[in-house]
Design a protein around this ligand. Structure first.
Ligand SMILES: [Zn+2]
Length: 349
């Protein structure tokens, strides 16, 4: 079967790609997975439109896609938790199991991580892949393949909410109503926030955010200052947590303004250049600042929350394409339609 290949900046094709032999050999603790659903991520689109993200440059044809679910079709000799026919989702970054970062539990910041569709590693918009059992998670019958392919972006929000150390009844602000901002808002609510303010400057995105959950309040920061709004709604105290999910240096500049004394800022949005932030505003609040890089240890939690209904990602899936329409799907995704949150591609079964 064909794969979706980024040949070079702006050029996609559907064709057979010879995958390196070593990637296709099933180790004793690996499973072979037939792919079912793959979400289109902003990073996939960015490689398509720009050919690079920071230090990662597309120098050779690369298969795209890293947000995936599928079915186990073969198991290695020592696999004990998964069986043929199991429906699964996969964590796309594989660290070196012996690295210092992995041994310390921070495997996501292991410099040796191999992450799908991050050059030079192929992604999974293809028929099948081999993946470690340890990074493959079984789905309950109540979680669909489409929801399961949302676990990867959701994991970013759950990791951010975990780092924020939310307490029941906290007030949070999420800057940015893109897919990551929205999964962060849902994660913050699931973690116990009483109210989450989501900001953006695009009205349609804010409408989607507002409709996701009764505890979400949308604020259009082109019309209203979030710091003033939070001050008004909290008797001048401020929000307990502010999540930065825009990647915009301007948003980061004012990030401490809505924050309460002793509050926490979590930086999620990727910043390609060094940014300025107001260290004085952080100081007078004794603000805690957390940074996240992807996620670690949260996939099973995400699956459990989708299963229990404490997080519903279905409203975020706004369009589904057949695999043979993958190129059209990416062309559309590159135009960033404001009414779309997550587009997904279904592979032939
Ligand atoms: Zn992604």
């Amino acid at each position: 079967m064909k794969s979706l290949v980024l040949e070079k900046v702006g050029a996609l094709s559907l064709r057979d790609v010879p995958i390196e032999k070593c990637e296709e050999v099933l180790g004793p603790r690996d499973v072979r997975i037939k792919l079912h659903t793959v979400g289109i991520c902003g990073s996939d689109v960015h490689y398509y439109t720009h050919g690079r993200i920071g230090p990662f440059v597309v120098n050779a044809p690369m298969i795209l896609g890293h947000e995936a679910s599928g079915t186990v079709i073969e198991t290695g000799a020592d696999v004990s938790t998964l069986a043929i026919g199991d429906r699964v989702c996969m964590e796309p970054g594989i660290p070196d199991p012996h690295s210092k970062a992995t041994r310390l539990g921070m495997y996501n910041v292991d410099p040796a991580v191999k992450f799908w569709a991050t050059p030079p590693v192929h992604g999974i918009l293809r028929a099948a892949c081999v993946h470690p059992e340890a990074f493959t998670f079984k789905l309950p019958d109540t979680v669909s393949f489409a929801e399961a392919a949302m676990v990867e972006p959701l994991a970013v929000g759950v990791h951010a909410a975990t780092k924020a150390r939310i307490s029941p009844g906290d007030i949070a602000v999420v800057l940015g109503a893109g897919p990551i901002g929205l999964v962060t808002a849902l994660s913050a609510i699931a973690a116990g926030c009483a109210r989450v303010y989501v900001t953006d400057i695009v009205g349609r995105k804010l409408e989607i955010a507002q409709g996701l959950h009764p505890s979400i309040t949308s604020v259009n920061v082109a019309q209203e200052s979030i710091a003033k709004r939070i001050a008004r709604d909290t008797d001048g105290w401020g929000a307990n947590v502010v999540f930065e999910a825009t990647g915009s240096p301007r948003a980061a500049q004012g990030i401490f303004e809505p924050l309460c004394p002793g509050g926490c800022v979590v930086m999620i949005g990727g910043q390609s250049e060094p940014i300025l932030y107001d260290a004085g505003a952080a100081m007078v609040r004794e603000a805690r600042v957390e940074n996240i890089f992807r996620y670690a240890h949260v996939f099973p939690r995400c699956v459990a929350m989708l299963a229990s209904g404490s997080i519903d990602v279905k409203p975020l899936i706004t369009r589904t394409f057949a695999f043979d329409q993958s190129i059209e799907a990416f062309e559309l995704a590159a135009t960033a339609p404001p009414a779309d949150v997550k587009m997904q591609i279904e592979l032939p079964q």
